[in-house]
Design a protein around this ligand. Structure first.
Ligand SMILES: Cc1cc2nc3c(=O)[nH]c(=O)nc-3n(C[C@H](O)[C@H](O)[C@H](O)COP(=O)(O)OP(=O)(O)OC[C@H]3O[C@@H](n4cnc5c(N)ncnc54)[C@H](O)[C@@H]3O)c2cc1C
Length: 517
């Protein structure tokens, strides 16, 4: 076991556990404040769920595909004295995405209000007025929930109590599906207006209607694709961190956060190495941070029992595959397609409440090769198909080791209706199940998005960005305030950095890095 001594200038050392987008954003923010940051991640690439894998010439974006609110990235880069757009090319999507319903109808989402209203009118003329009301609801929720809460630290209950009157006024107790039902009558539109929380792990039947703000975000700021995938963003973040004098240590798993006399002192890795720093930021899942990395500590708030009693977001089955010579084929299938299954509420109940793997499914299908040909060999297509499934914490969890291939074939059957004949053209194929999420990202219950964003698991009720278990310990990422999704985890880093003073000894880039000491 090696034990690096507290080096000179130790108060300026910071350790970030996890190179997910929240961890990378934290390292950038701390670097900008003069800290010398060491980032450790068990994976061999930065980006966490936002990283990619390459197989047979196909680059598969593993997770996030939709970039909203470019301002969040611009602000992060600007805090480091840089220009986001000099590093990353964002391509606006038009249309945003298409939903295909079992009756053969479609709903195409676009930025233009006129186009959206025309689409609503085409499906259900009597719902246009209700749709307009829904979009007004979305805007009001954006002002309170996004502008008012996203970047505020929520570890003092007062911050949450302050917004309660507005929450009551906005009927935040009502679910987003409840709000959609109150505004429009067509079941297809109810789905189209309420499914968005699924992208951050929330059950539309139970997630607060505050999440209607996502519809407003899309309309206001557009939907974009980052050329090179979100991996390109993670790689650019890494370059900023290294230019700041920070160090990336990939392939390193943290086993324990070291606490002494109530203060964070550093971490110990699974290889037995100890790294010291008075500031530790964990981007590992909040559940993993408390249950595993702090298992030796007597915890006041986030005990194992409390973590177990949380409602966790659903698991994900994601099938990544490439097809040869198909670029000109399936011309009606765009970059983002949602194939809506025969049931909406019944399927949600199966996934979130009963923990039952249903025979039917709804799929999100990603085809980035249309926008970014660099992700596939020339003329080929790169796809992923994502199906929300129960997480592993239900009473009788699915055994994915045996069920995975069976389920992949069921997904293929549904996809056959969208991209007929695709199976004969497959050249690369790999799938992730909740067990992959558990083992790869150390996600409790193999959940896709950590703790579910229900109202009583949000703001003060969510794991705080500053830990109550030890001084000098901070948490960022999907399981913390404000929550999952790339804008959420990048915001969590900003909230964290706002609570950390500037480094006592800002780093001198000419001094050697931690590894060399
Ligand atoms: C399939 C999918 C599609 C999505 N689509 C979108 C989308 O379109 N738009 C959007 O905004 N969001 C989307 N999301 C959500 C978004 O990707 C996540 O919420 C976000 O990327 C999570 O970031 P994070 O900072 O919490 O870290 P994570 O990505 O969870 O990364 C945490 C990192 O910590 C590492 N780690 C954990 N424990 C340890 C340890 N003990 N030692 C060392 N390293 C450790 C892990 O290896 C991992 O790299 C999607 C997610 C998925 C899975």
């Amino acid at each position: 076991m090696t034990d690096s001594n507290m080096p000179d200038g130790a108060p300026s050392q910071a350790i970030v556990i996890g190179a997910g987008l929240g961890g990378l954003a934290s390292a950038m923010r701390l670097g900008a404040k003069g800290y010398r940051v060491t980032v450790l991640d068990k994976l061999d690439r930065p980006g966490g769920r936002g990283s990619s894998i390459t197989q047979s010439g196909h680059r598969f974006d593993l997770g996030p595909t939709i970039i909203t609110v470019p301002q969040i990235y611009e602000d992060l880069w600007a805090a480091c004295g840089r220009d986001f757009h000099a590093d990353i090319t964002l391509k606006p999507m038009d249309p945003f995405y298409e939903i295909r319903f079992p009756d053969g109808e479609t709903f195409t989402a676009r930025q233009s209000t006129e186009a959206m209203e025309a689409e609503v009118h085409r499906l259900s003329p009597r719902d246009v007025k209700g749709y307009r009301r829904f979009m007004k609801d979305a805007e009001r929720r954006y002002v309170v929930g996004f502008e008012g809460m996203l970047l505020k630290p929520m570890h003092r209950i007062w911050e949450t109590l302050k917004v309660l009157p507005e929450f009551a006024l906005l009927r935040a107790d009502r679910s987003i599906l409840g709000l959609a039902k109150a505004r429009v009558r067509d079941p297809r539109l109810r789905m189209a207006l309420s499914f968005h929380p699924l992208f951050i792990g929330g059950d539309p039947m139970h997630v607060t209607s505050m999440y209607a703000l996502v519809g407003y975000l899309e309309k206001q700021f557009g939907v974009h694709y980052a050329m090179g995938g979100v991996q390109a963003i993670a790689d650019a973040m890494t370059r900023v961190i290294e230019a700041q004098g920070g160090q990336m240590r990939l392939g390193e798993t943290v086993d324990e956060i070291l606490i002494d006399k109530g203060a964070a002192r550093g971490v110990r890795t699974t290889k037995g190495e100890t790294l010291h720093a008075p500031l530790v930021v964990s981007n590992a899942d909040a559940g993993h941070t408390y249950a595993k990395l702090l298992q030796k500590q007597r915890r006041r708030r986030w005990t194992d029992a409390k973590l177990k009693s949380r409602k966790w977001s659903m698991g994900l089955f994601v099938w990544y595959f490439g097809t040869r010579g198909t670029r000109g084929q399936w011309a009606d299938v765009g970059h983002h397609t949602i194939v809506s299954g025969p049931r909406y509420e019944g399927l949600l109940k199966d996934i979130f409440i009963k923990g039952h793997l249903a025979e039917d499914m709804s799929l999100y299908v990603h085809r980035p090769s249309l926008t970014d040909p660099s992700c596939a060999p020339e003329g080929d297509d790169t796809f992923y198909a994502l199906s929300p499934v129960p997480h592993l914490g239900h009473d009788t969890p699915v055994n994915w080791a045996t069920e995975g291939e069976v389920y992949r074939r069921k997904v293929a059957k549904v996809l056959e209706g969208l991209i007929p004949g695709f199976e004969d053209k497959i050249t690369a194929s790999r799938f992730f199940t909740p067990e992959t999420f558990r083992d790869r990202y150390l996600s409790p219950n193999g959940s896709g998005f950590s703790i579910e964003p229900r109202i009583l698991q949000s703001a003060w009720f969510r794991p705080h960005n500053v830990s109550e278990e030890a001084s000098g310990l901070f948490l960022v990422g999907a399981g913390t305030h404000p929550g999952a999704g790339v804008p959420g985890v990048i915001a969590s880093a900003e909230v964290m950095a706002g609570m950390v003073p500037a480094a006592p000894h800002p780093i001198d880039l000419t001094t050697p890095k931690l590894a060399a000491e």
